[in-house]
Write a protein that binds this ligand. Structure first.
Ligand code: NAP
Length: 303
């Protein structure tokens, strides 16, 4: 039987609606979350991603303020802007769209973002907190992936999860989150000797490589949950994932591309921004109650 498709678009839309409702209630108190968006350079894909994120902000009721910097921007100029946004009380999250112009030290700029405004969860400090199981901002794509897996009702405890890819933004953090949920985790990469042998063990398979057709049905355990993170543009303009279409014949659940992980990544960025806003309000004593349950919903780990 063909795999059931996991509708990331519908899930993301539901999450945005829920967030919009929370923001609407807060707006009645005269406060509003703000996202500072930095786009440096002319990368066309980056421009499209930023546009989608800003559209989502508008839908949720987050005030996004766009900062367009030229491709000739220096590291110093970008650092100065981050510093300004760090100090701006109307900005609760900072979205630094990558890649940055050539010659700019990305790690240095990312790490200059105030940890409480790091809504992508990319700073070394927040990555370290994730690694040590402390409460921190969950990076958006991995967070969305976990929500997509959870939507299948499959309990991760004791399951074998295989992640293909070990990048700092997808592979490694998703492996840590799966581990935190008590899955037995295998991470594969370009030097893995026999990829198929590893992937056939997977009850849950996360493919985050960027190579169309890398995984076919012969590499998938029957009934597995397969999350296809890859986004590859074909010469004819179509965008496809890393899984061959025949994976549908073997998997139990599969995320489509487009319409799977992508929309959930954007929705989770919205969620992280609202959480950052709530935590900032709480710090100012403007949100009543205990360490705002709501504020903690998007966070993982312990204090
Ligand atoms: P990345 O930094 O290029 O990492 C790719 C990973 O794939 C690396 O760890 C690499 O191994 C591994 N790899 C390459 N060839 C392989 C092979 N033949 N067999 C096994 N592993 C192989 O990419 P990324 O940033 O993680 O992104 C991965 C994909 O997800 C891309 O298509 C990207 O566009 C997409 N993506 C989508 C979203 C979304 O929201 N939908 C978000 C982020 C990324 P080595 O480490 O050994 O080089």
């Amino acid at each position: 039987m063909a795999a059931q498709l996991i509708d990331g678009r519908a899930m993301a839309s539901g999450l945005r609606r829920e967030l919009a409702e929370r923001v609407r209630k807060l707006a009645a108190k005269g406060v509003k979350p703000g996202l500072g968006v930095i786009l440096a350079g002319n990368n066309p894909a980056s421009r499209i991603y930023v546009q989608k994120k800003e559209e989502a902000c508008a839908e949720v009721g987050i005030q996004s303020v766009h900062h367009d910097l030229p491709a000739t921007s220096t590291e110093k100029e970008i650092l100065k802007l981050v510093e300004r946004l760090n100090a701006d009380r109307t900005v609760h999250g900072i979205l630094l769209q990558l890649p940055l112009p050539e010659g700019v030290d990305e790690r240095k700029v990312i790490d200059s973002i105030a940890p409480e405004k790091d809504v992508d969860g990319f700073t070394t400090g927040n990555a370290g907190r994730l690694f040590t199981g402390k409460k921190s901002v969950t990076p958006c794509t991995p967070k969305g992936i976990l929500k997509l897996i959870d939507s299948t009702g499959v309990d991760l405890k004791g399951k074998h999860a295989v992640v293909i890819g070990r990048s700092n933004i997808v592979g490694k953090p998703v492996a840590l989150l799966l581990l935190e949920r008590h899955a037995t985790v295998t991470i594969c990469h370009s030097r893995t000797k026999d990829l198929g042998e590893a992937t056939r063990q997977a009850d849950v398979l996360v493919v985050a490589v960027g190579k169309a057709g890398l995984v076919d049905q012969s590499m998938v355990k029957r009934g597995a949950v397969v999350i296809d993170v890859g986004m590859n543009r074909l010469p004819d303009g179509r965008v496809v994932g890393d899984c061959n279409p025949d994976v549908r014949e073997a998997a139990g659940w599969l995320t489509p591309v487009p319409g799977g992980v992508g929309p959930m990544t954007v929705a989770c960025l919205m969620e992280n921004t609202v959480e950052a806003f709530l935590l900032a309000q709480k710090a100012l004593g403007k949100v009543a109650g205990k360490p705002a349950e709501a504020a903690e919903r998007g966070l993982h780990g312990k204090d």
